[in-house]
Design a protein around this ligand. Structure first.
Ligand code: IPE
Ligand code: MG
Length: 229
């Protein structure tokens, strides 16, 4: 969800106002994604690197997370959306962590749609954590290195049980992944759009899905092999 700051700057508004607009956009995109039949929607809300922003901006983002949950927790429940989080939320201020944990609990039984919020998430931190947990299981004889395969390791990641992303959308014209789901993105299609996040609407999502539908996904095979069957 990139481009909130530039959206605000272009209007001579403080960056925080861009984040406020960006949060308002989240429900719109949850609805658009549901209309498109998307079962798992992951939003990169706050990266492990975002703590380095000015403290006032970090505070504002944490307050916006709290406000989002206050405003929209019942909307998620009404829409039967299960909320999940990837990232270490133990580091969040309590005013944001508490409503987050409550919404996780209140929506845990839904299964048709899942909204995954990446908060204090970074792929490298995730992988380090997974390797630590795995090493501990080896040390305590719960796992054997020669048995390790990808699906086992994937269960140590914060995305355990969540399918790999088919499509990754990056708004605001940047063309990089910025430490987002690096291993899970191995075969993802990647869509870059110059549209800033507060302006990214249902039509933009439909355009991204159209791009996705035109891709031939070969997963390492040749095009000929795919067309044979
Ligand atoms: C939103 O956009 C990113 C976060 C939610 C942290 P930015 O704040 O990165 O916006 P730009 O890149 O300055 O435009
Ligand atoms: Mg940015």
């Amino acid at each position: 969800m990139d481009g909130n700051g530039r959206w605000a700057r272009a209007r001579d508004l403080p960056r925080i106002e861009g984040h406020r607009q960006g949060v308002q956009n989240v429900l719109r995109i949850i609805d658009a994604a549901a209309r498109e039949g998307i079962e798992y929607l992951t939003l990169y809300a706050f990266s492990v690197e975002n703590w380095q922003r000015p403290p006032e901006e970090v505070d504002a983002l944490m307050h916006l997370l709290e406000i989002f949950l206050q405003q929209y927790a019942h909307e998620l429940i009404e829409r039967q959306v299960r909320l999940r989080v990837i990232g270490d939320i133990s580091m969040l201020p309590e005013h944001a962590r508490r409503p987050l944990e409550k919404t996780l609990q209140d929506t845990a039984h839904f299964s048709a749609h899942t909204l995954v919020l990446a908060i204090n998430y970074g792929a490298r931190a995730e992988i380090v954590r997974a390797v630590q947990d795995y090493a501990r299981d080896v040390q305590e004889s719960r796992a054997r290195p020669e048995n390790l395969d990808w699906s086992t390791l994937a269960n140590y990641l914060s995305t355990a049980g969540i399918p790999d992303p088919d499509l990754i959308i990056r708004s605001s014209g940047e063309k990089r992944l910025s430490n987002f789901l690096l291993l899970q993105a191995a075969y993802a299609e990647i869509y870059f759009t110059p549209v800033l996040w507060p302006d990214f609407d249902g039509e933009e999502l439909a355009a991204a899905i159209h791009f996705f539908s035109q891709r031939e996904r070969r997963f390492g095979k040749t095009g000929e092999q795919l067309h044979q069957s």
